[in-house]
Each structure stands twice: as structure tokens, then as C-alpha cells.
Write a protein that binds this ligand. Structure first.
Ligand code: HAM
Length: 411
């Protein structure tokens, strides 16, 4: 026998029973975000590789190791999107959205691709809800975005929610802080993990992200960007904190948060759930005031976040559920054509209705009605009469064909 195929490593099929929980997350997000003035945007699944190399940063893990990149038939390098922000920034520029009233508020939902080592909550194809507000540097935007993310995770009843916030300042303050951090890392070189050591000059901030224990011990004592913020950056961070305080949000200030993408400036934040542990963020984001310019646009402040849908579902422990049917139509062989017409009529009236499509006998059809959880079954007899059976009480009686729909709706 030929080998059977399996879904590629790090990917998973979404089966109908699990689709309901996922659809609920998307519907909840849509409702919440549209009420807050965010419009839906969709972008292509692949983009020019250069967009991510430049936007996300050539020294990030995403660009160095995790992109699904290939050449198309025209010899162009294209990449399956590993994140949405660069694509949305591109679309903002391509469609001249800087001419719209600012900030432009957008939300996005879709699959992303990162060639990571698969493990619990880490996939090679996963789904994000991404939210962006482009065109304002007001701390109000930072606070609105964080509050919306918090609100979403609360409505979805994510347990043991923890919010961490920090600030990365501006590229200039970061440039001034960098030699200090590099010198500190050089002093502790022997205690650092190999990949951190190799990137001391290229990307020293990444050291804060290391999973290596000895590196983490070194980084716990390292000077942080948060202590070096200049006047305006510090003011901005204080203003964001004040707004969150006023909204009654609790959070931890974390000077070691660097995030895995290079475009961030000023505010950064992550939401975790105690259920999944501190290594696995449910959502993360922050300001990226230089990205639009980096992609060839005018200087445009912006901010956003993304939440991992699979991780949210893991944290809330969403269980598979199949929605039962309202009606099952069982028919003698001579009545099958009529059955399909009746099913169509009932579905049109809004009832979840099914019929036998496997040539089962009458007994088999009644068993199938039970299996799909139908609360009522219509039985089409050979003489053309219709019986209505209440599957819970077992009560059964003849109903008139022209009254069937009305009868079932009132029930
Ligand atoms: P990110 O932190 O790379 O940020 O991803 C955001 C969320 O996507 C994570 O917190 C996690 O829930 C989920 N996620 C990431 N990688 C995986 C994976 N391999 N498997 C499952 N879930 C995953 C961004 O992508 C930024 N674009 C967010 C942003 C928007 N910043 C500003 N605007």
C-alpha cells in the first residue's frame, strides 16, 4: 500500500468540532474591534522577501532562520508572511492611507508561517489576530490598544492573565545605550550562550530574549534600556502608565522585554497566561514609529499588537463541540426527492436540518437522527404523509405538509 500523507510538521488540520471555538474567538474580536472603530484589512499570504528583511530586521530570528522563502517562476524571491505588521504598513503606503484622517485603525486575521521548532503552542502555520493604529504618536493610542487586547482576553475568559510593559526608547537612545550593553556582555562573555555571544555586536538586545539559564542570570543584572530613556521617551512611557492606571489595569513593568522583531520603538507589551507559563506569550506588540519610513514612506508613528489564536484556545482549554441539529428528515426510498425539497425549505427557514445521504434503511436513518442530536425527526411515509417525532419524548404524530415548517419553528 502507498504511504499515507500527513499534515506537514508543525501544522495541524482544523476539524469541524474545533472550528466552533475558533470562530467564536474571531467573532468576539470582530465585534470588539469594529465597535472601537477598527476596519478589517486583508493582505496576501506572500510578499516580496525584502519587505520582511527590511521591516522585521535582518538580524532577527524570524528573518535569519524562520521564513519560508522561495523563488517564484519569474525568479523573484517571495516569502510566506511570518507576521502581519510589515504587510499592513506596506498596504498603508501603497493605498495612500496617510491621506485619510489619522490614525488609521485596522484589524487583520489570518494564517502566518514561521519555520520554528514545533512544540506546545508553537507551530509552523498559526493564526493571528493583528490590530494596528497607524499615524498617531499619542500615548492614548498605546493605552487604547493595550486596553482592547486586555478586554478581548477577558471576554474570552483567559485565566491568570498577566500584562507586562516596557519601553525601548528611540533608535537614537538605543544607539547611545548599545555600547554600554555590549561592554557588559563582553565582560560576561564566558557565561553567555553561544548564539548570544555570536550576536553581541550585531544585535546585543537579543541577549535579553535568551532561553539559556546562564545567559538569563547574566541578563538579570544587565543595564536596561528602560533606565536610559531620554526625556520625551520617559514622558511618553509615564503617560501610557498613567492611562493604564486610570483604567484600573494591573501590569508589571519589565525592562528586559525586547520582543522578537526589530521595528519597535518606545512602548512594548506582552500578555501571558499563568496557564501557559512565562515563556509563551498570548499576545504582544508595541510602537513602531520608524517602520513606515523604513519602508519608503513619510515619518509616521504607529502602534499595534497581535494575539495567537491557537495559544488563546490552549489557555482557555476550549474543548471540541459539535452543534446538534434541529431536524432530521428520514424518508422511505420513494420519498427521497421530496425529502431534499423539504430539507431545503427548512434550512431556508433557519433550521439546522440534515437528511440521509448514504442510502440507509428507515432504522438506520432513525439511528443517524439520534447521532446528529436532532431534537425532531420528520418521517416521510410511502403514502406521502409526514410524521413528526419528538426525539426526547418519543411522541410521534402526523402533521400536514403545508404546516410542517411553522410547526417546527414554534417548537
Ligand atoms: P509576535 O510576538 O511575533 O508579534 O507574535 C504575536 C503572537 O503570535 C505571539 O504572542 C503568539 O501568541 C503568536 N505566535 C507567534 N509565533 C507563533 C508560533 N510559532 N506558533 C503559535 N503562535 C505564535 C508579531 O507578530 C507582531 N507583528 C505583533 C505586532 C503588531 N506588533 C505591532 N503590531
Amino acid at each position: 500500500m502507498a504511504d499515507r500523507f500527513q499534515a506537514p510538521r508543525g501544522t495541524a488540520d482544523l476539524l469541524p468540532a474545533d472550528a466552533a471555538a475558533r470562530a467564536r474567538v474571531e467573532a468576539t474580536a470582530r465585534e470588539l474591534l469594529e465597535r472601537a472603530g477598527y476596519g478589517c484589512i486583508e493582505t496576501p499570504v506572500f510578499e516580496d522577501t525584502e519587505l520582511f528583511a527590511r521591516g522585521v530586521g535582518a538580524s532577527t530570528d524570524i528573518v535569519r532562520k524562520e521564513m519560508f522563502t522561495f523563488e517564484d517562476k519569474g525568479g523573484r524571491s517571495i516569502t510566506l508572511r511570518p507576521e502581519a505588521t510589515a504587510s499592513i504598513a506596506r498596504a498603508y503606503l501603497e493605498h495612500g492611507m496617510q491621506k485619510l484622517p489619522q490614525p488609521v485603525k485596522l484589524w487583520w486575521y489570518g494564517p502566518l508561517f514561521r519555520h520554528e521548532r514545533p512544540q506546545a503552542g508553537r507551530f509552523r502555520q498559526f493564526t493571528q489576530l493583528d490590530v494596528e493604529a497607524i499615524g498617531s504618536d499619542s500615548p492614548l493610542v498605546d493605552a487604547e490598544l493595550i486596553l482592547l487586547c486586555d478586554e478581548l482576553l477577558r471576554i474570552l475568559e483567559v485565566p491568570e492573565l498577566v500584562l507586562r510593559i516596557g519601553s525601548l526608547g528611540s533608535p537614537e537612545t538605543r544607539a547611545a545605550y548599545r555600547p554600554e550593553l555590549v561592554a557588559y556582555l563582553r565582560d560576561h562573555e564566558t557565561e553567555l550562550a553561544r548564539d548570544v555571544r555570536d550576536r553581541i555586536d550585531e544585535n546585543p538586545l537579543r541577549a535579553f530574549d535568551s532561553k539559556d539559564e546562564s545567559t538569563q542570570a547574566v541578563m538579570a543584572e544587565a543595564p536596561t534600556m528602560l533606565d536610559r530613556l531620554d526625556g520625551e521617551d520617559a514622558e511618553h512611557f509615564t503617560a501610557v502608565r498613567r492611562l493604564l492606571d486610570q483604567a484600573g489595569l494591573t501590569y508589571e513593568v519589565d525592562g528586559t522585554m525586547v520582543r522578537g522583531l526589530d521595528y519597535y520603538t518606545r512602548t512594548v507589551f506582552e500578555f501571558h497566561s499563568g496557564r501557559l507559563g512565562p515563556e509563551v506569550a498570548l499576545a504582544g506588540g508595541g510602537r513602531y514609529d520608524r517602520l513606515i519610513e523604513l519602508l519608503g514612506g513619510p515619518s509616521t508613528p504607529a502602534n499595534g499588537w497581535a494575539a495567537g489564536i491557537e495559544r488563546i484556545l490552549l489557555a482557555i482549554g476550549a474543548t471540541a463541540e459539535e452543534r446538534p441539529h434541529d431536524v432530521f428528515v428520514a424518508a422511505e426510498d420513494s420519498q427521497r426527492e421530496r425529502a431534499l425539497a423539504l430539507v431545503t425549505q427548512l434550512r431556508r427557514a433557519g433550521l439546522r436540518t440534515d437528511l440521509d445521504l448514504a442510502g440507509r434503511g428507515m432504522k438506520g436513518q432513525m439511528r443517524q437522527a439520534d447521532r446528529v442530536g436532532a431534537s425532531h425527526t420528520l418521517i416521510l411515509d410511502p403514502d406521502g404523509s409526514i410524521q413528526l417525532r419528538d426525539m426526547r419524548s418519543g411522541e410521534q404524530r402526523v402533521v400536514q405538509a403545508e404546516r410542517v415548517v411553522e410547526e417546527l419553528i414554534t417548537r
